[in-house]
Design a protein around this ligand. Sequence first.
Ligand SMILES: CCCCCCCCCCCCC[C@@H](O)CC(=O)SCCNC(=O)CCNC(=O)[C@H](O)C(C)(C)COP(=O)(O)OP(=O)(O)OC[C@H]1O[C@@H](n2cnc3c(N)ncnc32)[C@H](O)[C@@H]1OP(=O)(O)O
Length: 242
Amino acid sequence: MASTEEDGSVEEKENNNKKRTKSAIAVAWLTFYNIAMTAGWLVLAMAMMRFYIQKGTHKGLYKSIARTLKFFQTIALVEVVHCAIGIVRTSVIVTGVQVCSRIFMVWFITNSIKQIQNEESVILFLAVWTFTEITRYSFYTFNLLNHLPYFIKWARYNMFIIMYPLGVAGELLTIYTALPYVRKTGMLSMRLPNKYNVSFDYYYFLVIVMLSYIPLFPQLYFHMLRQRRKVLLGEIIVEKDE
Ligand SMILES: CCCCCCCCCCCCC[C@@H](O)CC(=O)SCCNC(=O)CCNC(=O)[C@H](O)C(C)(C)COP(=O)(O)OP(=O)(O)OC[C@H]1O[C@@H](n2cnc3c(N)ncnc32)[C@H](O)[C@@H]1OP(=O)(O)O
């Protein structure tokens, strides 16, 4: 009996040690990840400002930062994995929608349709994303290091109130501007007859994407409002299990 109890406590200790080691690894990885992402978006911010100061126009700005933007925005897919394996307490669905819609904007809209790259709406969503991500990743970094300045916490949970609608406006305007080019060129579309016997019209797909902002965006926005109440006002919020 005594030995069983002893075994039990050894096992328990081992499990606790494992949990501690795992969370230490998770914390180390997240700290590294968030520092790298803060740096990446800071580089983007500086590149955009330098371009604008030197050239005095936004024309050509997207092209000049496209590679860095594609790299750091695509890497953000890792955040869906963070949620899925449980190292951050965030919904996979909320994070998935946020990250995938951004990746879609970057790769399948702005990168694929050269004619729209100089639109003001592109600069609008780029500026908003950049500001948001610098704030968000520095918030996570300082939080993990237990040295979170209040102004970063304040900015993380207040600026989105304006930034989210502005970012969405930039994204929707960009897709809207892309529609005539997509219709004219028939890009990424498949018309019948073809050997796969499949028809796909990218133009209508984009219309559906635009419409999908109506049910999806409020969910992201209200999620952030709930997070805001929890973090800034200390409200206890019971989230439904997924
Ligand atoms: C294929 C075609 C798809 C087309 C889809 C079309 C539909 C699209 C509709 C959607 C529109 C989106 C538009 C969007 O792109 C526009 C913009 O972004 S504009 C700029 C403004 N944006 C924002 O402010 C972004 C706000 N969103 C977010 O911050 C996140 O993405 C979100 C997942 C929504 C919310 O974040 P989260 O739930 O993680 O909240 P918290 O930050 O409070 O964190 C919760 C806890 O998790 C910990 N955490 C999370 N991530 C990390 C990390 N990287 N490192 C460390 N810790 C992390 C965090 O600390 C919290 O922990 P705890 O509760 O323990 O304190």
